[in-house]
Design a protein around this ligand. Structure first.
Ligand SMILES: C[S@@+](CC[C@H](N)C(=O)[O-])C[C@H]1O[C@@H](n2cnc3c(N)ncnc32)[C@H](O)[C@@H]1O
Ligand SMILES: CC(C)=CCC/C(C)=C/COP(=O)(O)OP(=O)(O)O
Ligand SMILES: [Mg+2]
Length: 300
């Protein structure tokens, strides 16, 4: 499924009718990121998504339900472990959506860096509203739109190939917007300026992100390893708060999800679907150099 590497170039992203063509990546870096996600087909993402059709590219939170895993190693063990990892990833999205505030059916939400669209589907199922997503990857946008069609929610859930720093949304159009593990690919001042523009006054912005901890001093070797693995640039916690303050986004909740995500990583490290990045997350969360953070902010 979806395993081929795209043949498009950085300047000519293609899209289907469902994912209308928007001008290509603004920078060569964005072209690299578009190619990265166009070519991504890791079993740890596809097999988890196959559990119930919600395809996530983010990590999990919450206690592991050991009773769901069974006591003995048998042919079903791996299936149970995959289902449990997926449950924890969906729980993460649930927590993010729970911080969006009161959302009505007539509202529009924006998912910046929407991936294959799992969070968008969950948002629509929860609020009944429109959800607009943007991703640099034409493959991801097509995938998300295909899922929306299969679920017959294509009138409410739509992904587009688009740079989240320059979106087609009207000023003040969004009741709420979010980045779920997608803010480490962009400059935060530019990102929050765009969220601030598209959010209505009184609207809510939420991010769940990995950030380096200023108390550690500088990005640790584990943080550098995660950056290299995903071609991203993890920001510090301080940078998030400063860039929000500069762009009329006032934190209403800052939640350290690090203790809540460790069980997910420790379980994932025992699975056959490991990708090799598990130790970097576990070690950096444990030595305090890296944090898994939720920030919910009011647009004032
Ligand atoms: C780790 S995935 C997260 C996907 C999704 N938020 C989720 O939780 O499943 C990162 C996403 O950010 C997107 N992204 C990175 N830079 C972007 C940019 N400048 N504009 C739009 N999307 C971007 C990628 O295309 C990818 O979909
Ligand atoms: C918290 C941080 C720093 C996240 C970096 C962004 C990222 C790649 C998220 C997970 O994507 P994925 O679900 O495709 O990754 P994996 O294949 O490892 O599950
Ligand atoms: Mg994943």
């Amino acid at each position: 499924m979806d395993s081929s590497v795209t043949s498009t170039t950085s300047t000519e992203l293609t899209a289907t009718d469902a994912a209308p063509l928007i001008p290509g990546p603004a920078t060569p870096y964005q072209g690299d990121i578009a190619r990265y996600w166009d070519g991504e087909a890791r079993p740890v993402n596809l097999r988890l998504g196959d559990v119930d059709g919600l395809y996530h590219h983010h990590y999990g939170i919450g206690e592991v339900d050991h009773s769901s895993l069974g006591d003995t190693e048998d042919s079903e063990s791996e299936k149970k472990l995959i289902a449990e990892l997926h449950r924890l990833e969906s729980a993460q999205a649930d927590v993010l959506l729970g911080h969006l505030g009161d959302i009505g059916r007539d509202d529009t939400l924006v998912d910046a860096g929407c991936g294959r669209g799992g969070s968008m589907v969950m948002a629509h199922q929860r609020f009944g509203c429109k959800v607009e997503g943007v991703t640099l990857s034409a493959k991801q946008a097509d995938f998300a739109n295909r899922r929306a069609h299969e679920l017959r929610i294509q009138d409410h859930v739509r992904a587009r190939v688009c740079n989240m720093l320059s979106t087609p949304f009207e000023t003040g159009q969004a009741a709420a917007s979010w980045n779920n593990e997608s803010s480490m690919y962009v400059d935060l001042q530019d990102l929050f300026a765009e969220h601030s523009r598209i959010l209505k006054v009184g609207g809510r912005y939420v991010t769940i992100t990995g950030c380096w901890n200023p108390r550690y001093g500088q990005p640790s070797k584990w943080v550098s390893q995660i950056n290299a693995h995903f071609e991203c640039n993890i920001h510090s916690r301080r940078e998030y708060l400063r860039a929000m303050a500069d762009n009329r986004l006032v934190p209403q909740a800052v939640v350290d999800l690090t203790p809540a995500t460790l069980p997910y990583w420790e379980l994932r490290a025992t699975s056959s679907l490991v990708t090799g990045i598990e130790d970097a997350f576990i070690n950096s969360y444990k030595d305090g150099s890296f944090q898994y953070l939720l920030i919910a902010a009011d647009r004032v």
